[in-house]
Design a binder for this molecule. Structure first.
Ligand SMILES: [Zn+2]
Length: 224
């Protein structure tokens, strides 16, 4: 059941108890609404205004739509895990890339986040697999080599299962430091270690690279 015509503005106008000075505006709302707004505000890029807009949108939506949203959020945590080989977020283990018989399992592209896989896939030509670090080295934020998920990658290189590791971390300070650290940690006579070309603009995130830029970055990769 929806609530046509109900929006935050009319609700606030109708509210007989204006907020007292110093009280956070969210506290004007009924507890279930305030609770949802507080949870939504934890999302990246969502401030109080957006959180209120989302919450009122959900209130006005049908029971089915609101239920589907709640179920999708719950299902995300229940059904997803990290691939035991590459750390990609997946509902099956190993993930579709690691289990693929048509992909070159001996060619591994190292990325910072699962979302970066999309950017590399956009470059089309890539037929290898991935390894997700879930972050970059960042001494300022207390992220050292131990916090990065590199164990399975180093083990695979040691077992001679990989011919080439492409370091596709972003060309940021942290991304470069991570690539340099990994290059020395992975160095073995049996493996070629390459770094994507700076076709990706310096200081930017590879997630936002368009397919042509990303294809050039992959083609122009150089050996470290
Ligand atoms: Zn995988």
């Amino acid at each position: 059941m929806g609530f046509p015509g109900l929006d935050s503005e009319t609700w606030e106008t109708a509210n007989p108890n204006p907020p007292s000075p110093g009280v956070h505006p969210v506290s004007r709302y009924a507890e279930p609404m305030a609770r949802l707004i507080e949870e939504l505000k934890k999302l990246p890029g969502v401030g109080t205004k957006s959180a209120q807009r989302f919450a009122f949108h959900i209130l006005r939506s049908t029971d089915d739509d609101a239920g589907a949203l709640a179920e999708a959020v719950r299902g995300l945590k229940a059904a997803l895990r990290l691939c035991s080989i590459c750390n990609n977020v997946t509902d099956i283990d190993p993930c579709v890339y690691c289990a693929s018989p048509t992909r070159n399992q001996r060619l591994v592209c190292v990325v910072e986040e699962p979302t970066s896989i999309e950017a590399v896939e956009r470059s089309r030509g890539y037929q290898g697999v991935f390894h997700v670090l879930h972050g970059t080295l960042s001494p300022l934020h207390g992220v050292g080599p131990d916090q990065l998920r590199t164990g399975t990658l180093i083990a695979r290189v040691e077992r001679g299962e990989i011919d080439e590791v492409i370091l596709a971390t972003s060309p940021t300070l942290e991304g470069e430091a991570t690539a340099n650290w990994l290059a020395s940690a992975l160095r073995r006579p049996s493996v070629k270690i390459t770094r994507i070309a700076t076709g990706v603009p310096a200081g930017s995130d590879i997630e936002y690279a368009d397919e042509v830029t990303m294809a050039r970055a992959m083609e122009g990769r150089r050996e470290l």
